[in-house]
Design a protein around this ligand. Structure first.
Ligand SMILES: Nc1ncnc2c1ncn2[C@@H]1O[C@H](COP(=O)(O)OP(=O)(O)OP(=O)(O)O)[C@@H](O)[C@H]1O
Ligand SMILES: [Mg+2]
Length: 328
């Protein structure tokens, strides 16, 4: 299958603010290695879920891919074109084809803009419609995402809406440009559980209609199970496992993936697998552990894990894991 997006050895390091003392002592600049050399692809028409604990680098990955922040190193290839270093003008057409649904729908909507105008706004920015046309299209989109009567909703402000309704607005705003690729960042994490299914259905319906490809960022495996064709598991700036959703959930190979899955009782097939107990907290991304980054928390750790970083290796069809002691 053709890929819409490919990243190769992508890195994003954020400089850590130095204290006065560190500056005076001329200590070297430290970096948060938020994303530290990841490679993956999103195929045309598929949803790839990127999962992992808070702080492992999911949002940073999404933002770098869309060039909302600059990568430190690596390559971003969109539909066959290397967009890593395109300047603002050259990037414009791609900005339309790639959209992001942000983690916090409240923070990503301007409190002083009517939601109808917020949805119409991208059309005006990209010179795709007159004001009148943009309004008509925004009204249609409001209806499409279930915010009716649309004339009434057009005039409302974000604070008039529930969390679920705001998320519909954010989705409408991303979809009005008919993108080919969307990064959905925790699209359902901040809304009430009772509304999650309908928001996921809405995303699915757009996916079918526009033949969308999606990078679906979530810390919730149960959500990934519902929506993703494949799953990539991230730990401390690295991808440790990737494969078809069913295969990864049934036969997790990385101890970390196993631990994540075991934390969700509804997914676990208890009888089949030995339990993996992990201890401790996610280490600091400024000084990540040597070798396999998971080794200090891993019950299967050996000397090799401490010294040499494992590469992603294919253990069954399309199923890759970076571990010296895979569980399958
Ligand atoms: N602008 C920034 N400046 C400095 N550090 C940052 C910045 N953005 C993110 N980080 C750091 O990079 C790491 C990865 O953050 P990121 O937001 O990508 O994680 P995440 O997986 O999306 O987490 P969450 O599930 O909480 O949303 C964290 O250590 C975070 O503190
Ligand atoms: Mg995030």
């Amino acid at each position: 299958m053709e890929s819409i997006l490919k990243v190769e050895n992508l890195k994003k390091y954020f400089p850590v603010k130095r204290t006065i003392l560190e500056t005076l002592r001329k200590e070297p600049q430290k970096y948060v290695k938020a994303v530290d050399g990841i490679s993956f692809e999103v195929r045309k028409g598929e949803t790839l879920a990127l999962i992992g604990e808070s702080g492992c680098g999911k949002t940073t990955t999404g933002r770098v891919i869309l060039r909302l922040i600059e990568p430190t190193d690596g390559k971003i290839i969109f539909d066959g074109v290397d967009i890593t270093h395109l300047d603002y003008e050259a990037l414009r057409p791609y900005r339309r084809r790639m959209q992001m649904v942000f983690q916090d729908p409240y923070a990503s909507l301007s409190p002083r803009m009517k939601i109808g105008d917020a949805i119409a706004h991208p059309l005006l920015i990209h010179n795709l419609a007159t004001k009148e046309e943009a309004r008509e299209m925004a009204l249609k989109m409001l209806r499409r995402v279930g915010l009716t009567p649309e004339e009434e909703f057009y005039e409302r402000y974000p604070h008039h809406l529930s969390g679920g309704q705001r998320q519909r607005v954010v989705i409408a705003r991303a979809m009005i440009l008919k993108p080919e690729f969307v990064v959905a960042d925790e699209a359902v994490s901040m809304i009430d559980v009772s509304m999650r299914a309908s928001i996921l259905e809405l995303l699915e319906s757009f996916k079918k209609e526009y033949h969308l490809s999606m990078l679906f960022i979530t810390h919730d495996i149960a959500v990934a199970k519902l929506i993703a064709d494949r799953i990539a598991v991230m730990y401390l700036g690295k991808i440790v496992e990737v494969g078809p959703t069913e295969e990864v959930l049934k036969n997790p190979a990385h101890p970390y993936t196993m631990a994540l899955i075991q934390a969700v009782p509804s997914i676990v097939k208890r009888e089949k697998k030995k339990r993996i107990e992990i201890t401790g907290e996610v280490p600091n991304a400024v000084n990540p552990p040597s070798g396999c980054r998971f080794h200090p928390r891993c019950p299967l750790m050996t000397e090799e894990c401490r010294t040499k970083e494992p590469e992603l290796v294919e253990i069954s069809k399309e199923h890759f894991v970076a571990c010296y002691h895979p569980l399958v």
